[in-house]
Structures are given as C-alpha cells and as structure tokens.
Design a protein. Sequence first.
Lengths: 587, 587
Amino acid sequence: MRLAALLPILDWGRRYDRQTLSSDLVAAVVVTIMLVPQSLAYALLAGLPAEVGLYASIAPLLAYALFGTSRTLAVGPVAVIALMTATAAGSVAAPGTAAYREAALALALLSGLMLLAMGVLRLGFLANLLSHPVISGFISASGLLIATSQLRHLFGLGGGGDTLPAMLGALLAGLGATHLPTLGVGLSSLAFLVWARRGLKPLLGRLGLAPRASELAARGGPALAVVGAIAAVEAFGLDARGVPLVGAVPAGLPPLRLPPLDPQLWGRLAVPAFLIALVGFVESVSVAQTLAARRRQRIVPDQELIGLGASNLAAAVSGGMPVTGGFARSVVNFDAGAETPAAGAFTAAGILLAALFLAPLLASLPVATLAATIIVAVLSIIDTRAPLRLWRYSRRDFAAMAITILVTLLVGVEPGILAGVAASLVLHLWRSAAPHAAIVGRVPGTEHFRNVERHEVITFPHLLTVRVDESLTYLNARWLEEFLLEQVAARPALRHVVLMCSAVNAIDASALESLEAINHRLADAGIRLHLSEVKGPVMDRLKRSHLLDTLSGRVFLSQHAAFAALAADPDGMAAPPPDPWGPRGLI
Amino acid sequence: MRLAALLPILDWGRRYDRQTLSSDLVAAVVVTIMLVPQSLAYALLAGLPAEVGLYASIAPLLAYALFGTSRTLAVGPVAVIALMTATAAGSVAAPGTAAYREAALALALLSGLMLLAMGVLRLGFLANLLSHPVISGFISASGLLIATSQLRHLFGLGGGGDTLPAMLGALLAGLGATHLPTLGVGLSSLAFLVWARRGLKPLLGRLGLAPRASELAARGGPALAVVGAIAAVEAFGLDARGVPLVGAVPAGLPPLRLPPLDPQLWGRLAVPAFLIALVGFVESVSVAQTLAARRRQRIVPDQELIGLGASNLAAAVSGGMPVTGGFARSVVNFDAGAETPAAGAFTAAGILLAALFLAPLLASLPVATLAATIIVAVLSIIDTRAPLRLWRYSRRDFAAMAITILVTLLVGVEPGILAGVAASLVLHLWRSAAPHAAIVGRVPGTEHFRNVERHEVITFPHLLTVRVDESLTYLNARWLEEFLLEQVAARPALRHVVLMCSAVNAIDASALESLEAINHRLADAGIRLHLSEVKGPVMDRLKRSHLLDTLSGRVFLSQHAAFAALAADPDGMAAPPPDPWGPRGLI
C-alpha cells in the first residue's frame, strides 16, 4: 500500500488495457503537436537555446508519469516559470553563456529538491503563503511582462529590461530601427495565431470535421504557424534579409549529466528556486484538481510535490529547465481523452522523436514567430476583470493584489511575489489582530445571549459578558488584553467578567499567557474572571496549564449557568492573589 | 480632545496639586538612586562610555512624560535592548570608536522613527509577530548571554564573542590569566548584591524602618555597592593594582546635536533597529498594562508607540542609546508612589544632577562592580520553568520557544528573534492550514446537528453536511478544497453538499475563489453545493461576489431547513454549467 502511494503507476498500470492505450495514444499525438512549438517558445522566453525546451518536455514527463497522482496533468516548461527562470539565471550570468545554462539547470535541481523535501516533510501548507489575490495578480503581471518582452522580437530589435518601464523604454527608443521583414513575419504569425484561436475550429467544422476533432485540431495552430513560417523563410530567402532565426538546433537525445553542484551558486539561487517551486506547485495543483474533479478522481497534494519534484530533478539531469504542470496543455490532454499518465509518457516519446528528427528543420524558424506564439498564449492569462471584482469584494485582498502587480511590473518578478506574500501576511495579521467581539446579554425569557448593540437584552452593571468570535492566538492575544481592560476601565461597578468561549476553537500559549495576565490584572482591580461554554478540546488543554488553578472566578458549562449564578452575586470578590509581580521583563 | 490624546500631559497636568507633587518627588528620588548604577551598567553592556547611560536617562524620560500614556512607566536603557544595541553597533564599527557611538545614536534615531511611524499609521499590530513563547524565550536567552558576557569583567579578562559557545570558549581559554584583585572586587560586589536582594529589607526592618520604606531603601543596593566599591578602590589603591575602572566620566549636560544622517548606515541598521523597536515596545506595553490595571487606569498602545518613539528620538539627539520602559524601575516607581509622568521628569532632573556633579566621582568605579550589578539584574529575567510549562501545554509553542532560544544562544540575538518570528508564523500557518471540521448529522427528534463520529445522528447517502470550525481564509482555502473533494470522492451516491457556516466569521477572497472552484467541480460531478447558517456580515459580503449567482445549490438560513429540504430530494441535479474552464493558469 505504501509503495502504491509513492508510485501511483502501480495502481493504474495494473488495469491498463488496449482501450486505455488507444485513448492515451491519441491524446499524446495531439499534445505533442501542441507542445513542440510551446517548448521552443518557452525556452526562448527563458533565454535558453531552443532544444532545452524540448529536453524539458521529455524526462520530466516520464518522471511525472511515475510519481504524479493526476491522470491528465501535462508537465513541461510554462510561461511564468520560464520568465522566473530568465530573471533568476540572468542575475548570476549573461544569457547565451554556458554559465546561464548551468544556472537554469541548478534552478531545476534546487526547486526539484525543495519540492521533494516539502513532499516528504509534509510542508505543502507553505503553498498557502500564496493567497489567491497574490497568485492571480502575479500571473497577470507576469503575462503582461512576458508579452511586452516579446514585442522586441516582433520588431526585430535588441535590448531588453526586467521591468515594464525599462522594456517599454527600450522598445520606444529602438522603434526607429525596426526590421521590417521581421515585423512582417511577426505580425503575420500573430494574425494567423489570433485567427486560429477563433476561426480555425469553425472552419474545420465547415470542412466536415467532427466538433471534438476540430476542437483538437485547432490546437495545432501554433504548429501550423511554425511550419508556415519555416516555409516562408525558405521560399522568400528571409534568412538573407536578416530575419533572426532560431538557428541550428542540435538533433539528438537529451544530454544526461549531473547539474552543477556549486554551493555558492545554490546559495544565490535558493530564494528564486523556492519561489519557482511554490508558484509551480500552486498552479499545477489547481489545474490537476480542476481536471480530477471532472471525473470524480482525486489528486494527493503531498504526492504531487513528489511528482513535480521528480520532474524537476529529471529536467536538471537531462539538460532541461524548471517545469511544472501547464494549464492549456493539460486541458488539451484531458479533452483529447487521456486516461492515465501513460499519455504523458507517450507525449515524451513524441517530443523525443521531434528532438531526434525535427530539430534540423527548425533552424529556419523565425524567432518572431515563436514570440508571436508566446504573446498569444500569455494574453489569455492576464485577468483584467479580477482587480475590479476583488475591489468590490474586499479592499484588503485588493490591496494585496495591487501591491503584487505593481511591484512585479515596476521592480521585478521575485520582489513582486515576495511583496505579495508579505502584504497578505500583514493584512491577515491586521485582520486577526482585532477579531469580532460582542458584549452580550440575555434575551428576556430565553437562555439565549445576544449582542447588546443589536438586541434588547438583560445586563447588570456588576456583570460583563464578552463573546469573542475567533480562536485566541498570539495574533490577537494583545488585542484581547486591551479590549477587556478598556471595557473594565469604563465600568466602575464591575465585579465579574465572563469570557464566553463558544466560538473559541483554540487557545495558544500566547493567548493563555494573556488570559493569565488578564486574570491577575482584574483580580488586582477587585474583579473576578470567569469562562463559559469552553469547548472540550480547549478545556482539555487548559487543564494542563496553571490558568484554572489561579483563575479568580469559575468555569461554567453554559453561559446561562454563569449568568444565573453571577447575577445574584453583586459584591463577591476575594482578596487579590498574594504576589501579582512575577519576575519578568527587561529589568 | 485630539490634542489631549496626543499630549496626555494636558489631561493630568491640569489636575496636578501639592499632594501629587510630593508623591512624585519621593518616587523620583528612589528611582534616581536605583537608576544611576543601572544606567552606567547598561551603557557598559552596550559597549558605550558610561556617561551615555546617564544621557539616555534624561531627555527620553522628559519625552515620555510629554507623550506617554502610562502614569508610572520609567523609560531608559534596559538590559536586552543594550545587548541588541551592542550586537547591531558591533556589526558596523568596533566598540570604543566614534563610529560605534554614532551607530548607537543611529539605532535610537531609527527605532524612534519606526515607533513613531507605527503609531501614526496604527501599525502596532505588527508587535503581534512576537508571540509570547518567542519573546519569553528571547529574553531568557538574552539574559543568559548577558550574564555570560559579564563574567569576563568579573575575572578581569579581555575577549568577548557574540554567541554562548564563543563567550564560554574565550572565558575558559583566558581563565589562567584571571586578575585576582579584580575577581575579588567582582565577587564581593556580587555577594553584596545577592545579599541585598534578600537580606537588606529584613535588616532595615529590624533597624526600625517601616516595611514600605525598607522595601524601597533595599532597592538602593546597587547604589550602595557602587559607593562601597569606589571607597574600596580609593582605600586600597586598587587602581595601581590594575583593577579596570570606568575611568574619567565627563561632567556636564547631555550633548545636543543631530544624530548621523547617513543613508548607507541607516540601511545596514534598519533591521536591527526594527527589532529593537518591536522588542522594546512589546515589553514596555506589557509592563505599562500590568501597572495601569492595578489602579484601573488605561494605557493606549498606539499612543505608547508615539511616547516610546519620542523617547528614542530624544535619546538620539542627546548623545544617548536606544531606550524603552524597564520592568524593575517602573515597579519601583509605582511602589514608591508615583502618580503622574511628572515623576519621570523629576527622575530626569535627578539623573541630570548626577551627570553634572557625581560624574567625576565615578572615575574610580570598578568595571567588575557594574558587571556584578548586570549579572544580578538579568538572572531574574531568565525564566527556567517556562520551557517545561510550555512543553506540557503545547508542543508547537514549545518548538517556537526552543528555536528562539537555541538560535539566540548559538547564532546571535537578531537571527534568534527572526527565527522565532518565522517559526511562530510557520507553525500558525500549519495550524491554520488544516482547521477542525466535522461531518454532521441531525440528532434524532431535535433540530441539532452534531459530529457523526461522536453522536448517533441521522444522515443520508445523497446528502453530506460539513461544519468548518474556522473562518475561511487563504491559509485554509486549499485545505477546504482538498477536504471537500476527498469526502465527495468517497461517496458515489452523493447529490448534495451542505457547508454549515455557523463558525465561519469571515470568508476572504482566496476562500471565495475556492468556494467557486468547489461549486464548479461539484457541479461537474453532478453534485449541488449549498450553504447554511451563513452569518450576516459574511452574507453581506458574499452578495457582492458572483458566488451566489453561480451557486448550484441554495443558501439556507438554518441547517435544519437545509436538511429538511434536501433529504427529500435524492436525485435533484441540473446540467453542469456551460463552460467550467475560464482562461487561467500558467498555459
């Protein structure tokens, strides 16, 4: 059983039959045709040679097929991860150098190891750090950065830049040097791809293809664009006219060798590798869950960490780049009828064939065509309506997204995601720091207790009942002290305070310490502290502390019992405890 | 009113009378006598000239008297902050140099500005980052580091070190070079101070002093030790025997001048200054709250940020060092009868007199005596029972404390507190990532719904009700998706899922997104999602989202209504929504 959990292939492999094989093979052919141009394009985006994209779509798919839990996820190079790879590798080496390529391998290795470690140590919850507004804002901003970064290839210009203003500045400054033949190729490719997205499927339908088949065949748009562009280069001698081409792509197997084991390089790439691992994991799991739910299948997120970790390690030892589960290709895989991860393995075989036999043909592929496929692909990940939707729903979540987008566009991708994580945490702390609490009284003729501000309820000047609608943790322990002491300071006749704990699911050590301090301080002021409606697990834990020994008041099972007993005791108060100062503080 | 909130002196100053004056004056005399040796000692601990400690006990007290909200808090140099100052200043300059002194001023300036900014921007909740186990572990570990660091002065040795192993190593290595006359002075001072803590008060009582007076007079132990040590140095010519002395302390007013405005220095000191601000604020507020509660007074934490910020700025422009509210001195101030912050101003005047007239007499004070006062003072802040208490109450909180203590002792004070903050956050995320949830059913013959695992309740195979005992936020949004999909995957007959929201106090945008995804995925699988018992404020917010428009099921006011309606509908399911894939993901 344990082995089966680690190697899901042992489960689905046993029931593999001819029908499944045929479904998986069809899906693999469709995905391969879609993946070849995408792999080349995302390698270009990452600043790496085109073949790296192909290599990253072979071994990682096999590794995921062995260890992954999604039946239909297709892993490989994806746009946002390629951008993050370019940024991180660019921080330690110049694009085009061997050191840059080594850096990409080190990133795959490190993020693979981190994903594996998170899987083994059950640390998948760290992915929670990326709240939805942050990941959504980050992906939209990255899409915008990616699209902008490709414009220069469309115009046949050099230059670059890491931020939106830098890219736009370089683009505007160089616009005069636009290479018109390149622009022609780029715009034609772009126009064809945009049309293929909308018009290819209906056209194929009119030509007599079944709806599902035309849907799938329309996914071959980028492959058609690549073939057409190569043909145009050959036909019109665009090479001689200076249109930048992909150039010689070495044909052959992925180079199997150890990635760089340089501790200093690892140190410099650790943070970007962690961010690549987190972003890749969050998006991949979201895609895998969406697909699995449609067939009432399940994925196991902790095992997904293992699967994606293995994929990245496989990329690292086979000349690839960081990979994760891609949305578009997984949906195509699913729609084309893939039933098991074997479809991924067959896709890997397809890409391998492409690397062996198609590579020489790609030499004449214009870079501008790849740039156009990138632009068309990433424009769909920019969610322009999300900010407004978020603004309406929650200003705080909007703020987290706005910070992420602005920092990503204006400073860079790593600062962007880090700023988003920090903003989410700070906003969460802010919210947790002052939870909702109500002063309650008894609804006449009932045993119900309601907010005094919303209901006509019975209260007494010597008795205050506070209901806190939140677990008591270190995030709000200080607030609890301040809130209670403020309430007490305003009520000179007060003799009893009841903390109604019906919504308190946990009390951590900081909150316990605050309760002890509140108990002491109230006792100093001649007031007893009582608890009511403490939940079972919370009470079990409190019994292991000193709070109940030193509590100046009692613990009541129900708020009604507390109210009944204390309403009748308007003066009850013993002497304060002997020594309220324990040794503590900074002296 | 607004001005009065910013300047609490406008409130208490109006009611100031002769009786209050006399109380405050008595308290100021007692605190001054206690504070002179402490100020010198903590300057020594911070690696600064002795007079800096005096200067830091003059202007900051006046600033706090103007802006602070505690009636009895006594600010000035304190042990842990002095240690943090030494570490931070030591990272940019060598002790004894002018640059080192400048660094201490810059730290006071920066932490003052940060405290002010936090006060103005209402960011006091950031102090929540320091959970109780972390601050308690940090203070104990700092106390141990401080006591160990002073042993070398006791033995008359050089050397130093920033970590416990380094200090102990240097001490053991140098033990052969112990300077016996210094050790004699040090051990005598230590013995006297330890005795004074326990024996001076009863002795004064037997000599006829009233209990309260002997209590207060016993606080003069360190001052007596200082006087005795100076006398011994003069009497036995210890100077000539090589006992290290404080040396010439310039008499005069604190030097008023701008602190260094060097952006590069500020950059290097920003993180330590922030930690100094946070630790100082947390401890000061805790002391102030404890004291205020005893007299049913209130402090205003946001205004305390202003008060402490002003104190540190005052220290920065008057040749001081970072300051905060001290525990021991504030308790003495309180016990001696201080009624208003004027007592602090009078104390400042007392220290000023000391700086003007006593300074020349301090030249013969042995460093070993100051080291002894530091050791005796900090030993009481080491809480040896806290780890065991915490281990019993909560393993997670214990882990946060243990990490803080170990990193502080073995790596350093700044890494220690940062590791503690990170550990608390990670443990909190871990806990929040998987909140308590129960599958509930109806208790027969009632309208109550209880956990199926603990009660005999009515359920149906086509109807699943899940109660989540936590607000739904980005920290557990992913868990919610996984938990619900897992439950659904195990129940083939399922047609309705009800999410019972009685304990859900908030739904943030990430959780909303998860609910929308769950709704879509369940719809894909032919299952309707319903909500029940949604609280009013949560419902108001949901109405501003698209969830309710696309929800496949209904929103029921009560779980009972949901159960009644859905139990009778075992097959009810409409077609899945038209296009479950929106454009999203990494492509």
